[in-house]
Design a protein around this ligand. Sequence first.
Ligand code: NAD
Length: 447
Amino acid sequence: MVEFQHVTIPEGDLVRIEDGRPVVGDRPIIGNLRGDGIGLDITPVMREVVGAAVRKAYEGRREIVWCPIYAGLEGLHRYGEVLPQEAVEAIRHLKIAIKGPFTTPIGEETHVCLYCAHQQYHAGTCDKCGKDDGVAPRFRSINVGLRQRLDLFACVRPIMYFEGVPAPNKYADQVNFMIFRENTEDVYAGHDFERGSDVALEIIRVVKEMTGREIREDSGIGVKPISETGTKRLVRMACRWAIDHDLPSVTLVHKGNIMKFTEGSFAKWGYEVATEEFGDRFVTEKVLWEELDGKMPEGKILVKDRIADSIFQQIQTRSGEYSVFALPNLDGDYLSDAAIALVGGLGLGPGANIGEEVALFEATHGTAPKYTGMDKVNPGSLILSARMMLNHMGWTEAADLILQGMRRAIREGHVTYDLARLMRAEGREDVRELSCSGFGQAIIERM
Ligand code: NAD
């Protein structure tokens, strides 16, 4: 029995991992990090919606046992730090967790308030909200910290259209993407060196010495590592997803035409995974056109690659031709946000960070502090992330009920203020503006 200081592991079934997949009992213990700001509002609504879906789907035979884990403001209050090691260990122990948003300092100030995200140059009382127990010294992003410490190498973002949501794209109703973005490498790995620093100058010197190529002395230098290991584990996850969900294609996105040995290798290693590790489930476009006359054989999945800039056009003009994407970190960051915009963007996009064993589901928006405690914001992102989590657990019936409930509520115009505003702007007169918890109830009533 693992002992923690503040986390109490409740009675229930620990999730196990076998052959890379979660094995879940009827009463699985799932970690829950409330998050800062509006985490307070959306977390209980998510739990209520999930509880209702599970009860309806399994009539009492199954139940989620929630285990609160503390980080952010809750971490500060219990441990005196925002990302306690115990939170990391508890998630690792439970294997599956879901989290709200966390405050992240962005400016140069030395302190940040975890209630209202105000940044200032002193500890003690917050100059903006006046609270005296929420100001923490500047820290690195909790989200990034969790990803790194748990090696959650895939950032997974489903992008789907909801009928009734005003979307700028003509083909929005054809959008149904699953984006797998590599989370640990590329120019985001943090090897970023200031101009004039020892490391930057040394790299400039070595490049000149070994290749004869000049880099300006006054350059900042970033290093862009993309490894075979990092690429293959990511693409493997995307391929498994396509197989498990009977999807038609996996698209590898890259700028290999320019960056041959990083992004180009990403595509090459990606193809190797699809064609060598999954028996004959995958067919490349080359084989499709040169050997199969353009006819996809029954039960096979097409693996293709696209140059990153062209995919931004293709998702808009040929949305229906894409399904699962696998991308390096930077391309993935851009594509996830662009794709969400196709279907109307805003508060609804769910997400997860997934590693070999641990999966952490999350709301993708921030803490929206001005709405904290007002029961006002849209809990859709966290609820759809919980739906992803239920799918990950194999509880697809409950997951489907949540999606159905949300689709109906939105179609009927029973939505929170953010969507209500957009729908009214489009001329809809039957919109009913609901609170955060009211939207949760509307979903439950429509399951
Ligand atoms: P934000 O996402 O909190 O807010 C941006 C805008 O979107 C605001 O107008 C807000 O009112 C609105 N909004 C956000 N979520 C909403 C929801 N669920 N329903 C309706 N409207 C919603 O971004 P911000 O204001 O730039 O950041 C606030 C804090 O959150 C900062 O500390 C930031 O670093 C942090 N942040 C955390 C995460 C995360 O934990 N994943 C992501 C982004 C920002």
